[in-house]
Design a protein around this ligand. Sequence first.
Ligand SMILES: Cc1cc2nc3c(=O)[nH]c(=O)nc-3n(C[C@H](O)[C@H](O)[C@H](O)COP(=O)(O)O)c2cc1C
Length: 303
Amino acid sequence: MDVDMQIRISGKTLRNPLMNASGILGDSPDSIRLLSTLGFGCIVTKTLTWEPREGYRPPIIIPLNHGLLNAVGLANPGIKAGRELVAAAKENNMPIAISIGGSNTDDFVRLVEAASEFRPDFIELNLSCPHTPGYGVDAAKTIDTIRDIVKNVASITSIPIWAKLSFSRSLVNEADAALSNGASAIVLINTIPAMLIDPYVMKPVLTHKWGGLSGPAIHPVAVYAVYKVYEELEAEIIGVGGVESWRDAIEFILAGARGIQIGSALIRRGHGIVREIIRGIQEYIVEIGVNKLEDLVGYAHRK
Ligand SMILES: Cc1cc2nc3c(=O)[nH]c(=O)nc-3n(C[C@H](O)[C@H](O)[C@H](O)COP(=O)(O)O)c2cc1C
């Protein structure tokens, strides 16, 4: 089907807006190669920290009716592995974002310095992992820390910076702080803090006790987050949370997203879901008679 799915993000044109969400594959060259075959327009690495991390003991991912509960604990091979992850994407001419997770501004700065040497297309700052003490939401506690981190990293690299935030009451202010200090796009949202308690064991089910909720259960929250940030800031946004069908993806585009990340669905529905979503978006574009997908970005805001 000859449908224009191209989308511009941070000054680059992607063949389509779909990407994997950080943490779902993307932690080894082989899994980057696998991701490169699934139909995505860009791929995203697992969040890399300075040193490799083992993460928590199992159980770390629990399937639920409407999503997943996870506390992986940022298990990753460390920033040095970023070089071969980028190289594996480039073998396949795939645009790639390196996701990094620091514990304070200096840590983020050295990670961005290292990541920039590998020449990824984008760098995604994980300012929002909810379950790894010292990282994510802990490292980016306040609007001031978000401002400080983004300002300092953006000043030392020419690679576009994406700031990945969680849902919160101060979301629009946090996004504004990131954008006005050098971020070129905002990624919304990370998982939402959640837990399960086993009534017979009488203890939390995850070894870390609580973790992050993802999948369809959080999709309407993510759509609201994208809609609000677009409404207030007209920013470049990448929507993530519960995309399992073309309808979920289109909702994000209409709310104002230019990119769409798919995480839990790759685990819950299998890898064929990416091509299924692409096909569905193409059929929708033909059905409603627009020339290109990009024309629909933010359409739900039109009077
Ligand atoms: C198993 C698992 C691991 C994750 N690891 C990361 C990570 O390393 N870095 C990150 O920014 N987000 C991570 N996330 C959050 C996802 O990138 C995404 O923001 C969230 O799952 C919502 O999207 P989804 O509903 O499509 O899964 C992880 C999510 C899951 C389920």
